[in-house]
Design a protein around this ligand. Structure first.
Ligand code: SAH
Ligand code: SF4
Length: 360
């Protein structure tokens, strides 16, 4: 049966209009889902019983079954594996930041997936090694956030979303943008657009399209190398896309959306972490409103790649900063629960747990 959140609000309005329902009804239904956590139409007590029955015959608003949930960092990180049916599963992570004296977090970020697996095949990524199964629907993307927002009390409300779980968001463009609309509109979750960050492996057409949606979401471009040859060896599917094209796309995004762009750079020991490579990277991106997020490699993908020492990580960061580029190192989260891209699913398949780090 079709999930109601695979429709946009406008499509729900059109559908209910053909049923002869007044316009305001179309808003009441998603408000029950997003604001009150409803998972069945029967709970929508301000709708006439006949309408509730008719909705239940045409649509579902069921939540996915939770296959596994792991908690780490004294409860500040939770990772859930959700069942999508047909043997597919997707993972989602919640991270609480900056608790006050009472332990209430200032910021609650949920890291969500957009595909089952991924076709981009990045050599260092557990999801890339699983291959591509399928795109998630808008409802399946939104369900990952609802999983956490439904159980949230006033103090641990979801405030931020990062599209940094499994899959390439811009390769599931329609699903990603439809999910962003539900997550940000007032009849949906009502998050600030600026609280949302889309991370892409660097699909130039997708970046340009996103810059023209009239959304103010943050953008992260995964760069991982200062030169095209090395980048192609790490991201075999990057093909003809050059770093110059990506930097140009970043500039256009900044101009159109007024948002700073982040470049993600997974640091791989003695592969892309030499000081000279930091200087080369700085030359490529200097002068634009960008910032580099260094992610020390999580050893998930195979024996030929290693995580650099903290000394090498800091040296790389210092080189960038000395060259005038703002650079941060991603703080580790969820070590014991395998909270990295594609890892919970991989662990469950392999029945073991390996160390990880994740941070938007
Ligand atoms: N497909 C998108 C978003 C999902 S991956 C993208 O590639 O940007 C989110 C981030 O995690 C990306 O920056 C990716 O390069 C990084 N990543 C994936 N596997 C990693 C690993 N084993 N170690 C460190 N970073 C990794
Ligand atoms: Fe896909 Fe991103 Fe993993 Fe590359 S890093 S394989 S694009 S999920």
């Amino acid at each position: 049966m079709r999930h109601l959140l695979d429709l946009s609000l406008e499509e729900i309005e059109t559908e209910l209009a053909t049923w002869g329902e007044p316009r305001y009804r179309a808003k009441q239904v998603p408000e029950w889902v997003f604001h009150h956590g409803a998972t069945e139409f029967a709970a929508m007590t301000n709708l006439p019983p006949a309408l509730r029955s008719r909705l239940a015959e045409a649509f579902t608003i069921a939540a996915p079954t939770v296959l596994a949930e792991r908690v780490a960092d004294d409860g500040a990180t939770t990772k859930a594996l959700l069942d999508l049916g047909g043997g597919d599963a997707v993972e989602t992570v919640r991270m609480d930041y900056d608790p006050d004296e009472d332990g209430a977090p200032d910021r609650v970020t949920v890291c969500i997936s957009t595909q089952v697996g991924c076709a981009m095949g990045c050599r260092f990524c557990a999801t890339g090694l699983q291959g591509f199964t399928r795109n998630l629907t808008p409802a399946e993307i939104v369900a990952q956030v609802l999983h956490f927002s439904r159980s949230a009390s006033g103090t641990n409300r979801v405030t931020n979303i990062v599209f940094m779980g499994m899959g390439e968001p811009l390769a599931n463009y329609g699903g990603t943008v439809a999910a962003i609309r539900w997550l940000t509109r007032p009849e949906g979750l009502g998050l600030r657009q600026r609280g949302i960050t889309v991370s892409t492996v660097g699909l130039v057409r997708g970046i340009d399209r996103l810059s023209q949606e009239g959304l103010q979401v943050g953008l992260t471009i995964s760069l991982h190398a200062p030169d095209d040859e090395l980048r192609r060896s790490l991201i075999p599917t990057s093909g003809g896309t050059t770093i110059s094209q990506l930097v140009a796309a970043a500039r256009r995004y900044i101009e159109r959306c007024g948002r700073r762009v982040t470049f993600a750079y997974a640091l791989l020991d003695h592969v892309n972490d030499e000081p000279e490579q930091a200087r080369a990277l700085a030359r490529r991106i200097r002068g634009i409103q960008a910032h580099v997020n260094l992610i020390p490699y999580n050893p998930t993908a195979g024996p030929d790649l290693r995580r650099p020492s903290i000394g090498r990580v800091r040296a790389f960061q210092r080189e960038l900063q000395a060259a005038g580029v703002n650079a941060t190192v991603r703080i580790e989260r969820g070590i014991e629960i395998a909270a990295a891209c594609g890892q919970l699913r991989t662990d469950i398949q392999r029945a073991n747990v390996s160390p990880i780090a994740v941070r938007p």
